[in-house]
Design a protein around this ligand. Structure first.
Ligand code: ADP
Length: 245
């Protein structure tokens, strides 16, 4: 559903992503794990088409910057970029028009209910607390129901109720056959969710494993993470498992 092939992104002399290759299967949740500065946001922004890079990225077989690919792709950025002069409801209206969504009102209401924004609908973007801004940011990303959704550090700043709702929604989307890529540097925040984990460090992929492969190996995700990023214990899952490619 999403194929990243030999993608390299440099900022001046710094190579933020170095020849990355991986794919995501439909109906799966992939966690992109790595310490700060590993290159997670850079590859996410490359996939979504915000950055120039060397290499190829396709979504549903279409190059990622084509109209066809953009229709399939959604993105929830790490930092919300809200309009100070639009209310919560107006943000939803604005997005619905941009995506030409019809029949979105019930879904918007459901998202407001799940993320406890029902009584904030008339508040302006700059009147919301950081946590509420992040919840609205997530609602805006979920509203169009994209086939492929990228979530950059989505749990940061959320309260436990919102984290639970977001995890439930992610599981619903997976059950509907959607493809999700979630970046995070906090292992615990995603432990129950993933089908595949890609661990990045210093711009490179250090491990790419399915849950089944890790279970068979007998290690926890945390043990694998420290093995491949800090060389603690065995380090033998550095070659991408390309099953189903
Ligand atoms: P992560 O999301 O894993 O924390 P990033 O992709 O944000 O990592 O950053 C990867 C590397 O690229 C870091 O060394 C970071 O400082 C650098 N970097 C990110 N964005 C820029 C930019 N716009 N200009 C220069 N360097 C950048």
């Amino acid at each position: 559903m999403l194929q990243v092939s030999h993608v390299t992104k440099r900022y001046g002399k710094l190579t933020a992503c170095d020849d990355l290759t991986f794919h995501l299967d439909p109906g799966s949740v992939t966690v992109l794990l790595g310490p700060n500065g590993a290159g997670k946001s850079t590859i996410m922004k490359s996939i979504i088409g915000f950055l120039r890079y060397d290499g190829q990225i396709t979504v549903g077989g279409y190059p990622n910057k084509t109209v066809e690919a953009r229709r399939l792709l959604g993105y929830i950025p790490e930092l919300p970029s809200l309009y100070p002069n639009l209310t919560v409801s107006e943000h939803i209206e604005f997005l619905a028009r941009a995506y030409r969504l019809s029949d979105y009102k019930d879904r918007a209401e459901e998202l407001f209910r799940r993320f406890e924004l029902e009584d904030k609908k008339k508040k302006f973007g700059d009147e919301l607390s950081k946590g509420m801004q992040q919840k609205l940011n997530i609602c805006l990303g979920l509203l169009p129901e994209p086939k492929v959704l990228l979530l950059d550090e989505p749990m940061i700043g959320l309260d436990p109720h919102a984290i639970k709702e977001l995890k439930n929604l992610i599981e619903d989307m997976r059950a509907q056959g959607r493809t999700l890529l979630i970046s995070t540097h906090i292992i615990d925040s995603v432990d129950m969710l993933w089908d595949r984990t890609i661990i990045m460090d210093k711009g490179a992929i250090r491990a790419n494993v399915t849950r089944r492969e890790l279970d068979a190996d007998g290690r926890t995700l945390e043990e694998l993470f420290f093995a491949v990023t800090e060389g603690v214990g065995r380090e033998d899952m550095t070659h991408p498992g390309e099953e189903g490619a």
